[in-house]
Design a protein around this ligand. Structure first.
Ligand SMILES: [Zn+2]
Length: 421
């Protein structure tokens, strides 16, 4: 039988460690230590084990389902136990080419109940999505949850985490809010590449993007959300209902999650990325509060060079605002800079990239009179992403592959000539 058994759950101060064993051919999907941990800035001693077990189950349950295996744990919270099948069905609908089957075997189901004392806790990276959700839930005084899941078997120093943490603490302080800070190895204890080798083709997506990240991120927050009696955990959408893509972070999955007396809400799905740029830039222009929109993933500051940075910069420009006011140290010759970026990169743009950039272009046309004169990019208004991608991709193939082909032909020719000599 293929199974994952949680052997030990060890709680010490503000940290919980999970040690598990794996039967059948599932071991290839895990690092040999078979160990996951989560560390918080809160003491965990009074939290029931039936709640503490939730992060572990959440991280492995999609694997249990796609491999038709069994997970065995001693105790589990009743609300969470009940929502698992709804999550399974949501995934099944999202990925119809893979069967989501398998069993959850629990020795004792525990009914944990509380009267909520905090209306909201919100996952907060400081990025555009998170800032939008913050603005939308601000009157609920959300507790801000910030996470880092990329440690190895133990906590190690990470400049990225230090910068994220510092930003989250500073941000919370300026609004008189609390932070929940979480560090874990949920992003590394599973060997995602091995799952992708076996399932990527059928899923049409990667393990981390398609099945894992959202449950990992949300569930890590549940023990402290329980402790602080939070009514609802908010997670900001990263995609919009207008450009639906299969993704682990989807309202059909997230909104089914329950724990004790708490629930989860996937916020802002009705908004496009440009709508969010408008919400955030309007809000901060009106309040004059200082802000940095943190968009560069896994780096300490906005690089202002990558696709995501440039897309956000132009989105802000299209709203008639100055990117400098939102944490972007942009080059003086923005127009030339974007032109050469597109020249080099548009050939690699996905459909989703083109959708996002076209939204910015449309907004720039619509809002033309409001765009600050120094940031007017007239050429950009008529730029055809689809045509340019086609043209530049062809050019790229010609310049890159023809010399290779020529080399191959000439070496083959040489061999033939040598043989004939
Ligand atoms: Zn960047």
């Amino acid at each position: 039988m293929k199974s994952i058994i949680l052997d030990k759950l060890i709680v010490k101060d503000n940290r919980v460690d999970y040690f598990f064993s794996v039967d059948g051919n599932l071991q290839k999907y895990f690092k040999k230590t078979n160990h996951m941990f989560v560390e918080y800035n809160y003491d965990l001693s009074n939290i029931p084990r039936s709640i503490l077990v939730i992060p572990f189950i959440s991280n492995v349950i999609p694997l249990i389902w796609i491999t038709n295996s069994t997970i065995i744990v001693d105790e589990l919270d009743q609300s969470f136990y009940k929502c698992l099948d709804k999550i399974r069905v949501a995934y099944q609908n999202m990925f119809p080419h893979v069967k989501f089957k398998g069993n959850v075997f629990v020795k004792k189901i525990v009914d944990n109940v509380y009267v909520p004392e905090h209306e909201a806790a919100s996952l907060f990276s400081g990025g555009l999505d998170a800032l939008t959700t913050f603005i939308r839930t601000k009157d609920k005084n959300p507790i801000l949850i910030t996470e880092y899941g990329w440690h190895g078997d133990d906590v190690q120093h990470s400049d990225v985490w230090e910068a994220d943490k510092e930003n989250a603490i500073k941000f919370a302080k300026s609004y008189g809010l609390k932070n929940i800070l979480i560090q874990s190895n949920y992003g590394t204890f599973i060997i995602a590449g091995n799952i992708d080798n076996d399932f990527r083709k059928k899923l049409g997506d990667t393990w981390w993007h398609g099945l894992h990240h959202s449950l990992a991120i949300i569930s890590a927050a549940i023990p402290v959300a329980y402790k602080l009696k939070v009514k609802c955990i908010y997670i900001a959408s990263s995609f919009s209902v207008r450009f639906q893509l299969p993704c682990a972070s989807d309202p059909t999955v997230d909104n089914e999650i329950r724990y004790a007396s708490g629930q989860v809400f996937h916020d802002g799905y009705e908004l496009t990325r440009q709508d969010k740029v408008k919400i955030v830039s309007d809000y901060y222009s009106a309040t004059k509060e200082p802000v940095t929109i943190r968009v560069c993933f896994k780096s300490e500051e906005n690089c202002c060079k990558c696709e995501k940075c440039l897309r956000t910069i132009l989105g802000i420009v299209a709203e008639g605002r100055n990117p400098h006011d939102f944490g972007f140290d942009i080059p003086n010759n923005l127009s030339e800079y974007v032109k050469s970026f597109l020249n080099d990169n548009v050939k690699f743009f996905t459909v989703s990239n083109i959708n996002s950039w076209t939204l910015i272009q449309n907004r720039m046309k619509e809002n033309y009179t409001e765009v600050q004169s120094k940031y007017v990019l007239n050429w950009f208004l008529d730029y055809s992403f689809v045509e340019q991608r086609k043209k530049l991709l062809l050019k790229y193939r010609v310049t890159k592959f023809f010399p290779i082909l020529k080399r191959k032909i000439s070496s083959k020719l040489n061999r033939i000539l040598e043989q004939n000599n």
